[in-house]
Structures are given as C-alpha cells and as structure tokens.
Design a binder for this molecule. Structure first.
Ligand code: AMP
Length: 473
C-alpha cells in the first residue's frame, strides 16, 4: 500500500498550534451575554412550544382564521398613533431607534397595529368581511424584567376585522378560552365594556371629578396619570389607589343604551356556550384604541415562573396584572385613525411564555422516551459499510413517512443501545459488516432482547408493523 502522510495529521497538528494561540487569546475574550429580559428557547422547551403552535394552527383553521406574519419592525409612528402616546407601552416600553437611513423605527410591542396596517396596505377591505387573521411570534417591550415579564416575549394573536357584531367579540373570547383549555389550563375570563368614545369621554370627566377630591390618596404615578391617562388609574396596583377606585364611579353606569345593549349581547353569547366570565369594572386595558368590549384571561391556578439570572426579589410571584395570560377587545376606530376606511374590528393576544409556564407546571418536563408519538425504531450500525447502508435505510424509511432514530457517528454498539433506550425505542435494527454482505438486518426487541434476522428488502414492512403497534409507555 502506498504510504502517504494522512491529511488529518497535518490538520490536527495545525489545530494544536492554533488551539494554543486560542487559549492565550481566550483569557481576554468576554463571551457576549444574553440581554436582560431576553430568553433562549432551548431544545427542552421545543415540545411545549411546538404543541402551542400546533394547537393554535388547529383552532385557527377550525374558526376560519388565516395566518399573517407582519414584520417585527415598523415605522415607530404606526405604534405611537395606534397604541397612544401616553400609554405605558409607548411612553416607557417601546424599543424605538433610528435606523441607518434616519427612519424612526419601532420593534412591535404588540401585533394589532401591524395587522391593521397590513389590512389597509393590502386592500383587505375589498375581501369578504370579516377578515380573520392570526399570528404567532415575538413582540418587544423594554419593561422591567421579572417573573413572567420579559423584554422579548411571544404572543398568539387573533384579529377579526371588518364587522361590528357582538358575536364576533364572543367568538374571539371563545377561541382564546379554548386555546387555554386545550392546553389543560382552566381559564377565567374577566370582561368589561369601555363603551363608545363619547361614553368614555363622559365617564372620564366624571371619574376625574371624583379623583380630584381624592388626589391626596393617590400614588405619584396616578397623580401624573390624572392629566395624561386617567383610565390607567383604574388598574393601578397600589392599595391606596385601588381603595379610591373601588368607591368611585363605574364605567358601566356611563354607557349609552346602545353600548349597554351591545355588551349585554356579548355576555348572552358567552352564556350560550357556557363560558364562565367575571364582570370587572376596573378592566380598561393599557392601550388607547379599545372601544366597547375588553377582556382578559387568567388561569384559575396561577404558577410562578422564575426569570433566569434574576434576583429573588425580581423573581417574586407575579401580581395579578402580570399573571394575565392574555387580553383583547374591540377597536372600531383604529383603522380609520391609521388612514383606512372606517372598519370595525376586534382581537386578542395571548402571552405564550406565561402559558408555557403553566403547561410545564401541569405536565412536568416532557419525556421523549414516553411520548406516544415518538419514533419507535432505532437504526444501529457498525463499520463504514454498515454506516453507508444505514444512510439508505433511514432515507428510504423517511420517504415512506417512517421516522427513525439513529446516531451515525462511530459509537460502540453498546452506547447505541443505550441511546435507543433513552429515546424509548421498542426495536433496534442492527446493521453490521456481516449484515451488509448478507443483505440482512437484525431486528432486536428492546424489551425481551429477542433478535431475529430479516431480509433488508423487508425493512419497510417490518418498520410499518412496529410503528402501528403503539404500545403504552
Ligand atoms: P397585553 O396586550 O399587554 O395585555 O399583553 C397580552 C399578554 O401578553 C399578557 O396578558 C401577557 O400574557 C403577555 N405579556 C405582556 N407583557 C409581557 C411581558 N413583558 N413578558 C411576558 N409576557 C407578557
């Protein structure tokens, strides 16, 4: 045999010299850290997140919603005009910056504004109404990170645009409710009406008149809110403010007859489908664009989700506002405010990190070895020829819709068996040098240890048989 110097040696040698350099350099290299309030979704989260997406897609299909994904970055003005300049989201939390062209852009702090913009810019008014759209993706708020509160988090968002009918509001609540129910969470719906802008203006006047007489009892933030956004005082968490609010006027008493009728209809439809709800007169939601129905969803049994890398105080149990799993409402004026034709609309957003925390608390960590839908066959191989054969087997099976597990590196047969057990494989197909030559494969029953040799041409039939017999566990 002709002797040549193996290239791997040369490369290896070079690597050794490089890694010595790297070691010296490494001392001065600071690994960039995850930004505060940001979170990696790790492989261990995959099961819960994929499941949430699949459930969302299933529900969307059932209720006739089509998926839309708008960009995470839009003109900052879109969010400011939609959500309202004096809301917390815009005043304190939106990521705004100038891009390289000097355009003032914002990272979306929620979906509705972008979806409304897309509805106008793609002429969706000409489609049969309502246009029902759903999205699933990240949103950004520069909030103070703590339990259940991140700076990048994800929402499932549904919007129904183009029709004003209480049954639309009720349908959206039903969808949000069912999404949580399908994931095993027992939801509670809090609901209120903000009436028309005229109702709201009359109520705000009344509320301010009342609050002026109680100013001394309000926190500093709420004193400021009196001039900027008095409705936000209603959901202030300070005990003093809450006590003042409790004695004050309630928006429901200031609704016009038409607004009241509309709200009553929404409640009747919810009764019709037995969705439990609680009237909460202080529920106003943080954004300016809502009219009429507003709602929030909670879990009957809240869980605490710690924030990695945060101190205990910051990771304290979430307050009730933080434990809301989602919320939404009607926004009949938004599209017009953005320059579109007057278009009534209604929608909701659910916070997926908080929902994932509940699902994990309810189900525990997902164990791939006991997943009823796991691949049940592991392909083990020994030797170069067998590895090549295994490549074909895996590919042929995949083309027939049969997914198998494998490790095509050079592990020992023993460690491949251990891996097969870890994955919960019920059978391992073993291909060694001899099997390659004979055109066979050994089928090992992982529980009994019984092995039989079959013809390689029968692999697919054998695999189908095994996949069909889904034993429990
Ligand atoms: P909002 O429109 O602010 O009510 O947000 C809708 C839902 O998104 C909330 O009910 C939460 O479940 C979730 N959410 C809002 N802010 C955050 C945040 N900073 N971190 C994680 N989830 C959030």
């Amino acid at each position: 045999m002709k002797k040549t110097r193996p290239p791997a040696r040369t490369e290896g040698g070079a690597q050794t010299a490089e890694s010595a350099d790297a070691k010296v350099a490494k001392k001065n290299i600071r690994t960039p850290q995850l930004l505060r309030g940001m979170k990696d979704l790790l492989p261990r989260d995959e099961y819960v997140w994929q499941n949430m997406f699949l459930k969302a897609a299933e529900l969307a299909k059932a209720y006739g919603f089509a998926q839309i994904e708008t960009p995470v970055m839009e003109e900052a003005a879109l969010f400011i005009r939609s959500i309202g300049r004096s809301t917390d989201v815009i005043e304190k939390e939106m990521y705004v910056f100038e891009d390289r062209d000097g355009t003032k852009v914002g990272l979306r702090p929620e979906f509705t504004a972008g979806v409304a913009r897309a509805y106008i810019s793609h002429g969706m008014q000409t489609l049969p109404q309502p246009v029902k759209l759903w999205s699933f993706g990240p949103v950004f708020r520069h909030d103070r990170p703590q339990a259940g509160r991140y700076r990048q988090f994800h929402q499932l968002n549904c919007e129904s645009l183009g029709e004003r009918d209480p049954i639309i509001d009720a349908e959206l609540i039903v969808i949000a409710y069912n999404f949580l129910r399908d994931l095993g969470i027992e939801p509670r719906v809090d609901i209120n009406s903000m009436g028309s802008p005229q109702d709201r203006a009359r109520y705000v006047e009344e509320l301010l008149g009342y609050l002026r007489t109680k100013r001394a009892y309000l926190c500093e933030d709420c004193k400021r809110r009196m001039t900027k956004n008095p409705l936000r005082i209603l959901d202030c968490k300070e005990a003093g403010c809450a006590a003042v609010v409790e004695e004050g006027p309630q928006i429901i008493d200031w609704l016009s007859e038409a607004s009241k009728q509309y709200f009553m209809k929404v409640l009747e439809y919810l009764d019709e489908v037995s969705i439990p709800y609680m009237l909460r007169s202080t529920l106003v939601r943080g954004l300016d664009y809502y009219t009429d129905t507003v709602f929030e969803l909670f879990a009957e049994a809240p869980v605490k989700e710690p924030v990695e890398g945060e101190s205990d105080t910051e990771g304290a149990a979430p307050s009730s506002a933080q434990s809301a799993l989602g919320g939404g409402g009607r926004y009949d004026l938004l599209i017009e405010q953005l320059g579109g034709r007057a278009t009534p609309a209604c929608g909701f957003a659910l916070g997926l990190e908080r929902i994932a925390a509940h699902v994990r608390a309810l189900q525990g960590m997902h164990d791939p070895a006991t997943d009823p839908d796991r691949p049940r066959i592991f392909i083990a191989q020994l030797g170069e020829q067998a590895r090549r054969r295994a490549l074909h087997v895996i590919e042929d099976l995949r083309r027939s819709g049969l997914i198998v597990r494998h490790h095509l590196g050079k592990p020992s047969l023993k460690s491949q068996m251990e891996l097969a057990n870890k994955y919960g494989a019920t059978h391992t197909f073993i291909i060694g040098q001899k099997e390659v030559q004979d055109g066979t494969v050994i089928v090992r029953d992982m529980e009994s240890g019984i092995q039989e040799t079959i013809d390689q041409r029968k692999i697919r039939v054998e695999a189908e048989k095994i996949m069909k017999t889904k034993t429990v566990g």
